[in-house]
Design a protein around this ligand. Structure first.
Ligand code: ADP
Ligand code: MG
Length: 240
């Protein structure tokens, strides 16, 4: 579903990603862990070309996004992204948050968009919040709305960048629960997270990144449970 090869990204003279190769299979859940500044967010943002790579290739479901001839807006529709900050439209009701891109980007009519929006609110356990304003919701509920909004675009892949890092601890579980359910439904997911328990239980594969590269990867029981690399051990000792 995702094929990244030789990916490099520099900001001026700062090399943030170097020669990253990564393949994510359809239905696979890959969790990315690593210290702050190691390039995790940049890697995620390169998957839908929110950042333009300085080297390498990014292919999503057979479409090369790094090909200058590719219709990027078209290709990006297939990639849902959820950020640490929920980025809801604060002046719009929840339902409108979920329908606006469906209508403007996918050209769905109002009725269809609202039906799909309500189905996805149901999916994240917030069917009764359709008419609320974002500010009336808890952080955890806002993040679940953000997930429902991404799902309403019928993505083939979901990218999550520390989706629970801005939440009060008691709200983290509901969001992780929704993500776990998505994983069970077979969604292809690339998840940057510090939630090691989630990574252990839900990930098919864990990547440890440091210094702009993938240092170690494998099943969670190996990478988190029994890491080979010293740098992975040092990182885990700090976060576990
Ligand atoms: P992580 O998500 O692992 O914390 P990031 O991918 O956000 O790491 O950042 C990796 C490095 O790239 C950091 O040194 C960061 O300061 C730098 N960086 C990220 N985005 C930009 C940008 N737009 N301009 C300049 N430097 C950036
Ligand atoms: Mg980051």
């Amino acid at each position: 579903m995702i094929e990244i090869s030789g990916l490099g990204k520099s900001f001026g003279s700062l090399e943030v990603l170097r020669d990253v190769d990564l393949q994510v299979e359809r239905g696979e859940v890959v969790c990315v862990i690593g210290p702050s500044g190691s390039g995790k967010s940049t890697l995620l943002r390169c998957v839908n070309l929110l950042e333009e790579p300085t080297a390498g290739k990014v292919v999503v479901d057979g479409t090369e996004l790094t090909d200058p001839d590719t219709d990027l807006d078209g290709a990006r529709r297939h990639v849902g992204m959820v950020f640490q900050q929920f980025n809801l439209f604060s002046h719009l009701h929840v339902l409108d948050n979920l329908t606006i891109a469906q209508r403007k980007v996918l050209g769905r009519d109002k009725k269809t968009a609202e039906k799909i929006a309500r189905e996805n609110l149901e999916r994240v356990g917030l069917a009764e919040k359709a008419d609320a304003m974002p500010a009336q919701l808890s952080g955890g509920q806002q993040q679940r709305v953000a997930i429902a909004r991404a799902l309403s675009m019928n993505p083939k892949v979901m990218l999550f960048d520390e989706p629970t890092s801005a939440l009060d601890p008691e709200l983290v579980g509901d969001v992780l629960g929704v993500m776990r359910q998505l994983a069970d439904e077979g969604m292809t997911m690339l998840v940057v997270t510090h939630e090691m328990q989630f990574a252990r239980e839900v990930a098919d594969r864990v990547l440890f990144m440091d210094g702009g590269g993938i240092i170690e990867q494998g099943p969670p029981a190996e990478v988190i449970g029994n890491p080979k690399e010293e740098r992975t051990r040092t990182f885990l000792a700090r976060v576990l």
